[in-house]
Design a protein around this ligand. Structure first.
Ligand code: NDP
Length: 312
């Protein structure tokens, strides 16, 4: 261990999405004096969405970034110590656990809540980033409603893409599904449902050549990679569903994960394989991935941490 500054804290929360802030609200109210590091994207994935209409308690909806500012304010008002900074390394080999911040200092904590979230994978097109929030989305459940009665495209062929294509097919007139191979990765039952849905058109062996529009998404150019032909389709929404990556790399070797990096928790709890380390939100959830489920699991993590710390 280098001779960097070491700061001792009681409870450390890593990450600032709905899970981390909810954990901070509960932990601060329970006088656990939580210190929360926000990471490079304070507020997490909700800060890159537009309107959130399905979070209970907001009858008129709320903008994702505004909601996360409210979460932060509430946690701060309860007394959470919220700091800008990124966890860059951990040493969970012995208690008290150590987490390196910005490669500059160590935080030594009696308990740790990991709520580092997940990041949607993107295709890597410049236009995809340009229209993000202006027709491009990585979450059909969050944003599909805005394209009610319109045509949309979706890229991907896993269970998420299949599920989201089916979700969109109930709202939109036509769903153009762009699949890069001649087969789908999704489970058979999901594939069957997609293929049996009349308003989902599957483009096999195809990739997104370009997303076009003046200020928002208007057209997608789909390229068939077998015969090199392209086709332009008028759409209003473009959904990317090619998987998520949990932000769990720095915990590898200490915390049990599944083969794709999602942290494993003891079912019905936020407990990881290490006592005193808890996980909440999308970093441990590949199924639901909703703001409200993340917030709920953040609450669980704070309560689990409180019980743990009370036994110390
Ligand atoms: P997956 O990794 O399973 O699938 C990703 C899909 O995106 C694949 O079809 C892949 O194509 C495609 N893809 C990846 N990169 C690109 C690219 N650059 N361009 C075009 N296409 C691309 O991710 P999911 O999010 O779908 O699922 C993750 C896990 O969660 C899976 O285990 C899944 O089963 C599970 N899940 C389960 C659900 C359920 O049971 N209800 C619902 C949702 C997810 P290719 O096949 O060619 O690699």
């Amino acid at each position: 261990m280098s001779n960097k500054e070491v700061e001792k804290v009681h409870l450390l929360i890593i990450g600032s999405g709905p899970a981390g802030y909810t954990a901070a609200i509960y932990a601060a109210r329970a006088n656990m004096k939580p210190v929360l590091y926000q990471g490079i994207q304070p507020g997490g994935q909700l800060t890159i969405t537009t309107e959130v209409e399905n979070y209970p308690g907001y009858p008129d909806g709320i903008q994702g970034p505004e909601m996360m500012v409210n979460f932060e304010k509430q946690a701060a008002r309860m007394g959470a110590d919220i700091r800008y900074g990124m966890a860059t390394k951990v040493d969970f080999s012995k208690l008290p656990y150590r987490v390196e911040i910005d490669e500059e200092k160590w935080i030594e904590a009696d308990a740790v809540i990991i709520s580092t979230g997940a990041s949607a994978k993107w295709l890597g097109l410049e236009s995809e980033q340009r229209y993000n929030g202006f027709g491009v989305s990585a979450c059909a459940v969050c944003d599909g409603f805005f394209f009610k009665g319109k045509e949309v495209a979706i890229v991907g062929a896993g269970d998420t893409a299949a599920e989201e294509a089916l979700y969109l097919s109930k709202l939109c007139t036509t769903v153009h599904m762009i699949v890069r191979r001649d087969a789908m990765r999704a489970s058979k039952v999901m594939q069957d449902r997609v293929l049996a849905t009349p308003n989902i058109i599957v483009y096999w062996n195809s990739e997104t050549d370009e997303i076009l529009g003046s200020h928002k998404v208007e057209t997608v150019r789909i390229k068939n990679i077998k015969d090199n032909t392209t086709k332009e389709v008028a759409i209003s929404g473009f959904f990317v569903a090619i998987g998520h990556k949990p932000n769990s790399d720095i915990f590898k070797g200490f915390i049990d994960m599944d083969e794709t990096g999602y942290i494993l928790t003891i079912p019905g709890t936020s407990k990881t394989n290490l006592e005193g380390v808890f996980a909440a939100g999308d970093v441990q959830d590949k199924n639901y991935r909703q703001a409200v489920t993340a917030a709920g699991s953040g609450c669980m993590a704070a309560l689990d941490a409180e019980r743990y710390l009370n036994t110390k």
